[in-house]
Design a protein around this ligand. Structure first.
Ligand SMILES: [Zn+2]
Length: 318
């Protein structure tokens, strides 16, 4: 084992231990017993992470915190949110929403089923919102769901109030606050429940976790994701936008078409390098040691996926 690998394991053990102990203070009890590792750390981090508001265009802004980015559409119909963050982010998300205006939340759209995008479903529903999502989001939230990879976590059945009441399969459109929203399901990419949300008049696209801006993505093979599906969705996103489109990623800063192109390029480059090494018969530890993403690791390996974990996810799918 190299020194670097030892350090990395120590760091992760530390995060795991710290996450479990501290998360117990504010994670609902049904989650505590299973809280560990990366997911437990995320619960902990979200409880204190700052949530900042960035105004985008027209009546649309974005909340940037520890979990998935939340788009907020305001107007006479009340607030419409795209995604609901990690459950422990509730106090800071509530504060940020209240600082925009006092209007109630009337509608929530989930970009996919993951806990860092649907964790707030129950309280947002209790606050008066109905929930809309892809049919597979409802399916995953309605049953206990195990996620392997570096999550290694079993999510319990979501509470009744957290389950989307309206679902669709391929496309869905709605009007709220003088805005047209076009929702479209991706072919399996990050999960099998991913959708995009396009605010048509403002030309703002929320991609959910099919796009991470300068961060290696998690790939959820347990619920239908794959590296090749992720690349296919990256290409679909590039085809959807123009140079004027504002793009809200699932994670990372708000970007545009050039960022989508870079994201696809990084995924393809690393996928191809890992595939070539795997084809030569190299086991995963050797492929990780070869650092196929060396050009990007310092910038892209800091959020949910460190470089080793990301390479393991790519290796699994080539
Ligand atoms: Zn996700």
């Amino acid at each position: 084992m190299t020194t670097e690998a030892s350090l990395e394991i120590s760091r992760r053990l530390f995060l795991t231990a710290g996450g479990t102990a501290a998360a117990a203070c504010f994670v609902p009890s049904r989650l505590v017993a299973k809280t560990d590792g990366l997911v437990g750390s995320a619960f902990k981090e979200a409880a204190t992470a700052k949530v900042t508001i960035q105004n985008l265009r027209r009546n649309i802004s974005v909340l940037l915190g520890a979990g998935g980015n939340i788009a907020v559409l305001t107007g006479p119909d009340g607030k419409l949110l795209v995604d609901a963050e990690i459950v422990t982010a509730r106090p800071n998300v509530s504060k940020a929403l209240a600082s925009i205006n006092a209007d109630p939340i009337k509608q929530l759209i989930n970009t996919h089923w993951h806990f860092d995008h649907t964790g707030g479903n129950e309280w947002v529903h209790q606050a008066g919102a109905s929930i809309l999502a892809h049919e597979n989001t409802r399916k995953r939230l309605s049953e206990a769901t195990r996620v392997e990879g570096n999550w290694q976590y079993t999510f319990p059945v979501a509470p009744a109030g957290a389950i989307p009441s309206t679902i669709f399969k391929n496309e869905y459109s709605l009007h709220a606050n003088n805005t047209t929203l076009m929702l479209q399901h991706y072919l399996p990419a990050h999960t099998d429940s991913d959708i995009s949300v396009h605010f048509v008049e403002a030309d703002i696209l929320h991609t959910g976790d099919t796009f991470w801006n300068r961060d290696y993505p998690f790939i959820d093979y347990s619920t239908g994701g794959s590296i090749n599906g992720h690349i296919r969705a990256a290409e679909a996103n590039i085809a959807k936008v123009t140079d004027k489109t504002i793009v809200i990623p699932g994670h990372g800063a708000v970007g545009g078409k050039a960022d989508l192109i870079l994201f696809r390029q990084v995924l393809v480059e690393i996928r191809d390098k890992v595939a070539a090494l795997k084809k030569q018969g190299k086991p995963l530890p050797e492929v990780i040691a070869a650092k196929p993403g060396a050009r990007y690791d310092a910038e892209w390996g800091n959020l949910f996926q460190n470089p080793s974990d990301f390479i393991a996810l790519v290796y699994q799918g080539v």
